[in-house]
Write a protein that binds this ligand. Structure first.
Ligand code: HEC
Length: 103
């Protein structure tokens, strides 16, 4: 009985570690820890969060063009928006989070 409980506990602990390690940050998480620094206020000429006029011409260029800017940086926009450890999927989610807020 004791043995079963112990292995179940270990299995649960391993599962918890595995889920945390591979968990992808949401677009909102990435935005609110990294991107907001400039995009919340429009600092350095950044298109402002939730501002349709700021985002419309960028949305019109398409998501691929915006992803290229995110990767390489442009003007005041640093490469990967300062999220050096962000995956492509996380950066894209953060972009979509901002794009959806400006539609
Ligand atoms: C240090 C300030 C700063 C941070 C941090 C930042 N940005 Fe930006 N971002 C800018 C500026 C400035 C521009 C406008 C660049 C231009 O068009 O000259 C911009 C433009 C963009 C654009 C439009 C790109 C285009 O092609 O028009 C996207 C999308 C974007 N940022 C996403 C992000 C994401 C996602 C993050 C967080 C991972 C982020 N930014 C973090 C400053 C920042």
């Amino acid at each position: 009985m004791m043995k079963t409980t112990a292995s179940l506990t270990i299995a649960a602990a391993l599962f918890a570690v595995a889920t945390t390690a591979s968990a992808e940050r949401s677009g909102k998480d990435v935005y609110s820890t990294k991107c907001f620094v400039c995009h919340a206020s429009g600092a350095a000429g950044a298109p402002k969060f939730g501002n349709k006029d700021d985002w419309a011409p960028r949305i019109a260029k398409g998501e691929d063009a915006m992803m290229e800017t995110i990767h390489k940086g442009k003007g005041g926009m640093p490469p990967k928006g300062t999220c050096a450890d962000c995956s492509d999927a996380e950066l894209k989610a953060a972009m979509e989070y901002m794009v959806n807020a400006a539609k």
